[in-house]
Design a binder for this molecule. Structure first.
Ligand code: 5GP
Length: 118
């Protein structure tokens, strides 16, 4: 079992403008900003504005709007950081490594000859 959505999670505060972030994209439904502790230069987080704890409880209609933005950001990051590939991932619940409980997708540039996992 998992807890419900907590309005005081750090990304909820970022979405409300209560704490700063380096935003690189925003539309009505989605936002993207730089990860404050990047796994590699160019590490971006993409998240729907709608509250969901993670992928497990997300509204599929929201997901359908989020994934095209993930794609857009992945291409932009690949171009901007001259990467050979892009790692996209997300974690669901603490057992899987989730630490911030508002759904988000990690987008991380990757390079030939470096380790597959960030
Ligand atoms: P996850 O929940 O997917 O394991 O990881 C949450 C991610 O959010 C981590 O990569 C972490 O560095 C990032 N993060 C945590 N707090 C902040 C913050 O205040 N601002 C930003 N931009 N990123 C954060």
């Amino acid at each position: 079992t998992s807890a419900s959505y907590d309005n005081n999670n750090i990304f909820a505060k970022i979405l409300r403008g209560e704490i700063p972030s380096h935003r690189i994209y925003e539309d009505n439904d989605t936002i993207a900003f730089m990860d404050v502790m990047p796994q590699a230069p160019g590490h971006v987080l993409v998240l729907p504005k709608a509250p969901s704890r993670n992928l497990l409880d997300a509204d599929p209609v929201v997901l359908a709007k989020t994934i095209p933005v993930v794609q857009k950001i992945a291409n932009a990051v690949k171009e901007a950081f001259d990467a050979d590939g892009v790692f996209v991932c997300q974690f669901n619940e603490p057992a899987a490594g989730q630490t911030v409980f508002h759904l988000h997708f990690h987008v991380i540039p990757r390079y030939e000859g470096t380790a597959l996992r960030p």
